[in-house]
Design a protein around this ligand. Structure first.
Ligand code: COA
Length: 315
C-alpha cells in the first residue's frame, strides 16, 4: 500500500515539477532521506538510492516506487560512502540506467550517543569518515553529472531545474551539545563543504545548500539520540513551535530548494527545527531527571538509546 502523500509532502506543490529529473541519494533508505526522495518522486522524479545494507536499500527503493505510477527507482546496496570507488560506480550506474543525475542528496551519516571519555579515536574517526569524507566523496563522484545537468537546465525551461545538491546536516554544533563531540565536528565540516562547493561550483549553475533538521519524530536519529524513557511532552516543550518535526517538514524544504522557487539560493543553511536550537535546552541521550553536568561527572547517560556499537568493540 502506498503511503498517503500527505504524510511526506504538503499539497502546495504542483504535480510534475520534477518530471524527468533524477535524484541520487546517499543514505536513501533512512527515514528522513527516504521521505525526501518519496516527495521528489511523487512530484515527477526518478531516483537512485544508495546504502550499505543491500536488503534494506532494495526494499526501500521498491517502496519509494509506489509514490508514483511509472516511477523508476534503483536501490544500490553494498555501497559505503567512505569508499570513493563505490560512489563513482553507483553514479555511473545511475546515469546508465536513469539517464542523468540532476539532484543529489548527501544524507548518509553516522551517529550514537557517547561522551568524549567513552569515545575512542576510531569511534570519532568513524563518524568523521562517514559524514565528512562520505560527503566529499559524494560531491566528487556526482559533480560532473550535476554540471551537465545545470548546463542543460540553465534557464529553467518549463520551470524544470537541475544541478543541485543538498547535504543533510544538524544543529548541534551551533551552540554545542554534550555527548556529540564526534557529530558536532562532522556536521560543522559538512556545512563547510557545502560552502566550498557553493563558491567553486555556483558559477557553473550548481546550487549547494544544507538542510539542518532538528528533532524529527519517528526517525532513526531520534532512536539513536533520544531515550525511550524521555518524556515526549517535555521534549516538545523545549521546541518553540511546541512539537517535534515531521519527515514532511524536511521533505518540503527539499522540494523548495530543488524547485524553480529555489533558483537564487546557494551557500545557505536552511534550519528546519521549529526554532529548537535557539532555545538550547534540548539534550541528547538523557532519561528524565538526568541533569547537566551530573550525567557527565557520574558517567551515567541513558542506556535507552539505540547504540551503534557492535558486540566486542574495544570500549
Ligand atoms: N559509543 C562509543 N563508541 C561507539 C559506539 C557507541 N555507542 N558505537 C560505535 N562506537 C565505536 C566502536 O566502538 C568503534 O571504535 P573501536 O574500534 O575503537 O571500538 C567505532 O565506533 C566503529 O564502530 P563500527 O561498529 O566498527 O563502525 P561501523 O562503520 O560498522 O558503524 C556506526 C558505524 C558506529 C556509526 C553505526 O552506528 C552505523 O552504521 N550508523 C549508520 C546509521 C546512523 O548512524 N544513522 C544516524 C542517523 S542520525
Amino acid at each position: 500500500m502506498p503511503i498517503p502523500p500527505s504524510e511526506y509532502v504538503s499539497n502546495v506543490w504542483k504535480q510534475g515539477i520534477f518530471d524527468g529529473r533524477v535524484v541520487f541519494v546517499t543514505g536513501g533508505a533512512g527515514t528522513i532521506c527516504s521521505a525526501q526522495t518519496r516527495a521528489l518522486v511523487h512530484l515527477g522524479a526518478n531516483a537512485c538510492i544508495i546504502g550499505r545494507n543491500q536488503e534494506k536499500t532494495e526494499a526501500a527503493a521498491k517502496d519509494i516506487a509506489t509514490a508514483r505510477s511509472g516511477a523508476k527507482i534503483i536501490g544500490i546496496g553494498g555501497c559505503d560512502v567512505r569508499n570513493p570507488d563505490h560512489l563513482v560506480k553507483a553514479a555511473e550506474r545511475c546515469v546508465k540506467e536513469l539517464g542523468a543525475i540532476d539532484f543529489v542528496i548527501a544524507g548518509a551519516a553516522g551517529n550514537f550517543v557517547a561522551p568524549i571519555s567513552g569515545l575512542t579515536s576510531n569511534g570519532f574517526k568513524t563518524v568523521m569518515d562517514i559524514d565528512v569524507l562520505g560527503t566529499y566523496n559524494t560531491v566528487k563522484a556526482t559533480m560532473p553529472y550535476l554540471i551537465e545537468s545545470a548546463a542543460r537546465n540553465k534557464t529553467y525551461p518549463n520551470g524544470l531545474t537541475g544541478g543541485r545538491i543538498i547535504y543533510v546536516s544538524a544543529t548541534f554544533h551551533y551552540s554545542g551539545m554534550p555527548l556529540q563531540a564526534h557529530v558536532m565536528a562532522a556536521k560543522a565540516s559538512v556545512d563547510s563543504i557545502m560552502a566550498s562547493v557553493a563558491l567553486e561550483y555556483s558559477p557553473y549553475g550548481i546550487t549547494s545548500n544544507v538542510i539542518a533538521p532538528g528533532a524529527i519524530g519517528g526517525t532513526e536519529g531520534m532512536e539513536r539520540l533520544s531515550s525511550k524513557q524521555a518524556n515526549p511532552k517535555l521534549l516538545a516543550s523545549a521546541i518553540p513551535i511546541g512539537r517535534l518535526g515531521t519527515i514532511r517538514d524536511i521533505a518540503d524544504a527539499t522540494v523548495y530548494l530543488f524547485s524553480d522557487a529555489g533558483n537564487y539560493v546557494t551557500g545557505e543553511v536552511l534550519v528546519v527545527d521549529g526554532g529548537g536550537w535557539r532555545n538550547n535546552t534540548l539534550s541528547v541521550g538523557l532519561d528524565e531527571g538526568m541533569k547537566y553536568p551530573d550525567f557527565l561527572l557520574t558517567g551515567q547517560f541513558s542506556k535507552h538509546v539505540k547504540s551503534g556499537r557492535k558486540a566486542g568493540s574495544k570500549l
